[in-house]
Ligand binder design. Structure first.
Ligand SMILES: NC(=O)c1ccc[n+]([C@@H]2O[C@H](COP(=O)([O-])OP(=O)(O)OC[C@H]3O[C@@H](n4cnc5c(N)ncnc54)[C@H](O)[C@@H]3O)[C@@H](O)[C@H]2O)c1
Ligand SMILES: O=P(O)(O)OC[C@@H](O)[C@@H](O)[C@H](O)[C@H](O)CO
Length: 389
């Protein structure tokens, strides 16, 4: 795939963040981006196009043209994607945490086919999840015949990342163009590269990702999901309308006060700088030009209520410290009312709550992955009882 001095990046998932952020930054860094997706309509449109435009909205907005890309259908032509990975300089993905297991075998095959004399390929998952690249690597290892000792692993460097840019679902009829907010942050753990990290202007290189990803997930995403679930209950459609409701705003601020105290103590953050970070995020939610909805932001409620995610991870830690994270629990209670027929996990959640063979505590442990004796489970079971009443 790489010709002459052209650097190549294979990106799995040509959706909102794929086209509107990761693909854009890689293009601006000089990479030829090879988008790989299972959505035939999307891939066909990308393959037929010479460019698409990322439209920023809000203060200081600019348009950015993305050119010099290819598009491969990984369902119809997996061999082409394997070949692209085999010669790529960078492999990224933004497919959703639950999809990592499905793209890993293709990456494993690409690594196996890669000439060992090539420089190592940088593999970086761009998902909203703690250590998403580590998870991807585990699936790659499982797909390699030699497992952890497979020589193909030495051909790649796996680095965790945290990506932050709100990219709403796109309006029908917009084609390949993507509407995004002006803000972005892409933090990548530099330590696995040993000084040979890829050149991607705009990336924020950090030594270890834990603080960056927790700060992002437990502030942006905990606050966003709280806005979505309380907003849904209040009847709001857009995120900017939801956060304008005084009760929703108060609930979001209360949740962020709980996660802020947790994050500041755990990662020794500067309290004033963190307060600025929170204020900036609330302004991002308020952006009236961003057509983002409570149904997109609340999507897949079972994933969002799971153990290592935006509510239970900080909530469990706070409860283990002897305090009751009431605002987080109230947001989790609102999530139980997220009843969206088009969302498979919402349907599954509503069926679970309606299952009279299960008690409240059993449902609480099933959703959160916590033991029944965990201090977060009893107060969450109370919210479940209320939702079922
Ligand atoms: N949209 C945002 O604001 C945003 C911001 C930061 C991070 N993220 C994260 O990025 C990821 C993607 O989110 P999104 O909003 O872009 O979703 P999206 O649904 O717009 O895009 C996901 C894309 O992945 C594709 N896909 C699904 N299965 C695939 C497979 N097996 N192989 C290749 N492609 C496959 C889908 O067809 C789709 O085009 C999620 O983990 C999300 O949390 C999103
Ligand atoms: O992508 P999810 O479903 O994990 O979370 C929904 C939104 O909170 C998320 O996509 C944000 O827009 C994004 O994380 C902002 O950086």
């Amino acid at each position: 795939m790489t010709t002459g001095a052209t650097k190549t990046a294979v990106h799995f998932g040509a959706g909102n963040i794929g086209r509107g952020f990761v693909g854009l930054l890689l293009h601006e860094a000089g990479y030829e981006v090879v988008f790989s997706d299972v959505n035939a309509e999307l891939i066909d449109a990308l393959a037929a196009a010479d460019s698409y435009t990322v439209h920023e909205v809000g203060a200081g907005a600019q348009d950015h043209a993305v050119t010099n890309f290819q598009a491969l259908n990984s369902a119809a032509d997996p061999a082409a994607v394997v070949a692209a990975v085999a010669s790529a300089d960078v492999v990224t993905c933004a497919v959703g945490p639950n999809v990592l297991r499905f793209i890993a075998p293709t990456i494993a095959e690409g690594l196996a086919a890669r000439d060992a004399s090539l420089p190592k390929v940088a593999v970086m998952a761009c998902e909203n999840a703690i250590n998403a690249t580590d998870r991807l690597e585990e699936f790659v290892v499982a797909a390699l015949p030699g497992g952890e000792s497979d020589p193909a692993l030495a051909k790649a460097v796996f680095a965790n990342t945290a990506v932050d840019r709100i990219v709403p679902a796109q309006e029908p009829g917009q084609g390949l163009d993507v509407t995004v907010e002006t803000y972005f942050e892409w933090a990548i753990d530099r330590t696995p590269f040993g000084g040979a990290e890829p050149e991607i202007p705009g990336v924020h290189w950090v030594d270890g990702l834990e603080a960056s990803i927790e700060r992002k997930l437990f502030t942006v995403n905990t606050g966003h999901a709280t806005t979505a679930y309380h907003g849904f209950v209040a009847g709001a459609d857009k995120i900017s309308d939801a956060i304008a409701l005084p009760d929703v705003r108060a609930a979001v601020e209360a949740v962020l006060a709980e996660t802020s105290a947790y994050l500041i103590a755990k990662h020794e953050l500067d309290a004033a700088a963190h307060a600025d970070y929170v204020a900036r995020i609330l302004q991002r939610f308020e952006n009236p030009h961003l057509p983002d909805t409570v149904t997109r932001v609340g999507r897949q409620p079972l994933r969002k209520l799971s153990r290592d995610e935006r509510f239970v991870s900080p909530g469990a830690a706070i409860a283990e410290g002897g305090m009751v994270p009431s605002a987080i629990l109230n947001a989790m209670g609102a999530a139980l009312k997220f009843d969206v027929p088009d969302d498979e996990q919402s349907v599954e959640l509503q069926a679970l709550l309606a299952d009279s063979s299960k008690g409240d505590t059993e449902i609480a442990t099933q959703i959160t992955g916590l033991e029944a004796t965990h201090p977060l489970v009893a107060p969450f079971s109370e919210r479940i009882a209320l939702a079922r009443a």
